[in-house]
Design a protein around this ligand. Structure first.
Ligand code: ADP
Ligand code: MG
Length: 227
């Protein structure tokens, strides 16, 4: 799904968190959003998802004005920063959460959960609890959970933030493979420039609520190295 962001601004009181953002996230692309802490990355994701409203400007989702769409109608899967699974639910129940919430019939939920467990290669953990999984495995479950309702867009807010270097590297490769298989429009936030260059087709750099730079990783490498 194509995302078009037009003259988007967000203020909290007098504080301008997002200052006239204009961006296009093309259908099926894998885009990284980088920028220092406080530059407005999470706020932009939350506005796209409909969890927060903009002060000015518009977002078009597949050509539709997002103002007219509820959170559910937007068809967006979200993995939050510091994302936590429900500790008292099994892996299968965690993945099924969004479907159960929408009253999907049981057989459909079971089929979908099985597909997703296969996708994240954690079939044998269906009945395990989050505490029994490694950090990297838990993030794969968080992604499966976001994918359960078959969203057309995936928003990932520093999804690998809390993990060590080796696991992050594995997850990067895994995210790329997943993206190739599903072809879902993905916007992910990371403060790691190398991660952005390795995973994304396009990188957007935010600074103080503005788009500072945007381009293909190859065009951006020298810029990012200077940072
Ligand atoms: P990033 O994800 O790039 O670190 P955020 O979008 O989380 O940045 O936040 C950008 C700025 O907006 C920060 O200074 C933050 O304190 C402020 N901010 C975010 N949400 C709110 C809010 N609900 N009320 C007031 N200020 C906020
Ligand atoms: Mg953030």
């Amino acid at each position: 799904m194509n995302i078009l962001i037009e003259n988007l601004s967000k203020r909290f009181g007098k504080f301008e968190v997002l200052d006239n953002i204009n961006l296009e996230i093309k259908t099926n692309s894998l885009v990284a959003l980088v920028g220092s802490s406080g530059s407005g990355k999470s706020t932009l994701l939350r506005i796209i998802a409909g969890l927060e409203t903009a002060t000015e400007g518009k977002i078009w989702l597949a050509g539709q004005n997002s103002d007219a769409l509820s959170i559910q109608q937007r068809g967006i899967g979200f993995v939050f920063q510091n994302y936590a699974l429900f500790g008292h639910m099994t892996i299968a129940e965690n993945i099924a959460f969004g479907l159960t919430l929408r009253n999907f019939p049981n057989p459909r939920v079971e089929t979908r959960v099985r597909q997703l467990l296969h996708l994240i290669q954690l079939e044998e953990f269906a009945k395990s609890y989050p505490a029994q999984l490694s950090g990297g495995q838990r993030q794969r479950v968080a992604l499966a959970r976001a994918l359960a309702t078959e969203p057309k867009v995936l928003l990932l807010d520093e999804p690998f933030g809390a993990l060590d270097t080796k696991v992050r590297k594995e997850l990067r490769i895994w995210l790329r493979t997943l993206h190739e298989r599903l072809g879902i429009t993905t916007l992910f936030v990371t403060h790691d420039h190398r991660e952005a260059a390795e995973v994304a087709h396009e990188i957007i750099v935010f600074e103080k609520g503005r788009v500072k730079q945007a381009g293909k990783p190859k065009q951006m490498i020298s810029y990012l190295k200077k940072k």
